[in-house]
Design a protein around this ligand. Sequence first.
Ligand code: ATP
Ligand code: PRP
Ligand code: NIO
Length: 489
Amino acid sequence: MMLPDTNHTNDDSFALHTDLYQINMTKSYWSDGIHDKKAVFEMYFRKLPFGNGYGIFAGLDRLVSYLQSFRFSETDLAYLQHEMGYEEEFIAYLRTVRFNGTLRCMVEGELVFGNEPILRVEATLAVAQLIETALLNIVNYQTLIATKASRMKQVIGDETALEFGTRRAQEMDAAVWGARAAIIGGFDATSNVRAGKLFGIPVAGTHAHAFVQAYEDEYTAFRKYAEHHRDCVFLVDTYDTLLSGVPNAIRVAKEMGDLIRFVGIRLDSGDLAYLSKRARVMLDEAGFSDAKIFASNDLDEYTIINLRAQGARINAWGIGTKLITSYEQAALGAVYKLVAVEDENGGMRDVIKISGNPEKISTPGMKRVYRIINKNSGKSEGDYIALDHERPNEEPSLYMFHPVHTYQSKTVKNFEAREVHRTVFENGKLIYAIPSVEESKSYAAANLELLWDEYKRSMHPEEYPVDLSPECWDNKMEIIESVKVKREE
Ligand SMILES: Nc1ncnc2c1ncn2[C@@H]1O[C@H](COP(=O)(O)OP(=O)(O)OP(=O)(O)O)[C@@H](O)[C@H]1O
Ligand SMILES: O=P(O)(O)OC[C@H]1O[C@H](OP(=O)(O)OP(=O)(O)O)[C@H](O)[C@@H]1O
Ligand SMILES: O=C(O)c1cccnc1
């Protein structure tokens, strides 16, 4: 009897990290001889998550390493041939497949909105199709977490935001890449040490209830911790926060004096508003007005706003489950759609996907996205999606209108049209240097300065304009008409 391979030693590439239908479509393209036709796909989501007014893009780092190493390994090919039954000639073709295309993509920390391309892939039809699933998998998760983190950080403001979610995350990849995305979104540190090593991001932590329980009493536990660590945050809620936890923390801090840095205490249960206010008074009266109060326990932006309204005296927020699992909304819903394909004459044919819902009709053609910055206010007027050859920066004024409710319009003058995509790969060659995570985080913060506050509030934000250029809109309408005519024939 053959035992299944349980040690996964054959997991030596990500090329099979795709849906079966991509391989089956590729087989048809290849059999039909159209696999090397040029194709353009764009990725976008329709609706911002959490009712937020903006999104923060993350995922480019992993996307780059995926595309750079994209090839079917010999074990992948053996599996496809012997277990899945694909023919030898097709396997021989798959052996040659590499990412040979051009990728234009937002940079991590870029603001992203509904119905605008996050990235654009120009590649051969087969390759562009084979990579769809992994690209969506990476971007959907990381952008979701970066956006949630940014939304939480907007509420937390200048206070400290700590990512504590690894133990609750949807497996190990989600924990580390989610921690990274949280930092891009504005978090200050993660508790995940591996994420710190992998990405060079700040790592921070306190101690658990188990540590207190492991000693005969709470005082001894704090004292032992203090004897072996310079920075101390004592978890004060194991037995009784106000009657024993805070007094024991103060006692140890006094005894140890300058031998430690008494960073503060952590509250992890009970009424966090009440306990933090009482603990603040006790710490201040003991002469520790610099000691900070950390809080954790199922926190999210809604609880934080509420705790703030109650006058809670919390300086650092440890957030796990509700961030790393994107508890409020499980998925972003980005899609990857074909917008142009090579025709019989070697030119490109713009293509469309029709839907009964006008908002869901795809926008054909190869496009560029511009952020229209008003030079007087320094704020963004909205995003402007134009066909590839258009150059809005050369126009004296731009006519911007809602792509569905077209009567909502404005003319913008004295603007800078800032492209939001960079060329990351050109004909298969990586030409972009990925910034550090801290740089992406600063980039996200600087981008947020471009937005009026009305787009950034967590409840019922204003809808940020994402408009099509008149030429792009006309092209879409013409193609809708031509599809209608074909349907009627
Ligand atoms: N003053 C407050 N106002 C609003 N929400 C609060 C306040 N204090 C704590 N919370 C939140 O209420 C919830 C309390 O959850 P829960 O009842 O599970 O915790 P607990 O009473 O602290 O007990 P446990 O020891 O099981 O953690 C948490 O999400 C916490 O963040
Ligand atoms: O509540 P979250 O936002 O998910 O944040 C992470 C939680 O993980 C820890 O609790 P856990 O009960 O796992 O460990 P403990 O024994 O140290 O309290 C920590 O004390 C937080 O409450
Ligand atoms: O360091 C902490 O306090 C911590 C880390 C992970 C989860 N909960 C708390």
